[in-house]
Design a protein around this ligand. Structure first.
Ligand SMILES: CC(C)(COP(=O)(O)OP(=O)(O)OC[C@H]1O[C@@H](n2cnc3c(N)ncnc32)[C@H](O)[C@@H]1OP(=O)(O)O)[C@@H](O)C(=O)NCCC(=O)NCCS
Length: 155
């Protein structure tokens, strides 16, 4: 159980701005997690080239604690969360779960999305546990050996 299990955590998502960009780049994972997700530097660079990418800063009050990125093209009923990390210092406090909930609320609010997919390394037990408990159902491995999981959004 996380320290904040069962409690509402005051996490919100915010856009990446010139003011918070350096803080996103400074977020860190533990060495054993680095291979689980692209670096935030790569993700922000990618976001600048891809108009579908929606990068989001995870904020705990006025503090930057994580980063996620998703896409939800207008002509597709599927959204894809393809980057998600919480800084190592802030993990295990329920922030990841709260940020995922915020992301799903934001995606639901777009109105055109019916299901959300997410992918992770099959050995990433933390991600598997979190996504499964949020309702994602594993679909199998993709061609890169990543596990794909899918969530049908409730109206
Ligand atoms: C996955 C990640 C975002 C979770 O963030 P977090 O803030 O630590 O998550 P929470 O504190 O909200 O915990 C969510 C649940 O996952 C569980 N969990 C977290 N890390 C875990 C681990 N390494 N092993 C097993 N369970 C784990 C928690 O116990 C909690 O479950 P519970 O509420 O039933 O106790 C974070 O660990 C992370 O950034 N990992 C590295 C990057 C990564 O793997 N990203 C996902 C793939 S793209």
């Amino acid at each position: 159980m996380t320290a904040n299990a069962g409690k509402e955590v005051a996490i919100r998502l915010a856009p990446v701005t010139e003011a918070n960009r350096a803080l996103v780049l400074a977020l860190q994972l533990s060495p054993d997690q680095i291979d689980f997700v692209a670096s935030n530097a790569d993700s922000l660079e990618e976001a600048e080239q891809d108009s579908d990418a929606r990068p989001r800063v995870v904020m705990m009050e006025d503090r930057v604690v994580g980063f996620l990125m998703y896409e939800a093209p207008d002509d597709d009923d599927e959204a894809r969360i393809y980057r998600f990390m919480i800084d190592r210092t802030y993990q295990g406090r329920g922030y990841g779960r709260a940020a995922l909930r915020q992301a799903l609320d934001e995606i639901r609010g777009l109105g055109h999305v019916r299901h959300v997919s997410i992918c992770y390394a099959p050995e990433n037990e933390g991600a598997r546990h979190l996504y499964r408990s949020a309702g994602f159902v594993e679909q199998g491995l993709d061609e890169d050996g990543e596990m794909i999981a899918d969530l049908v959004l409730r109206a």
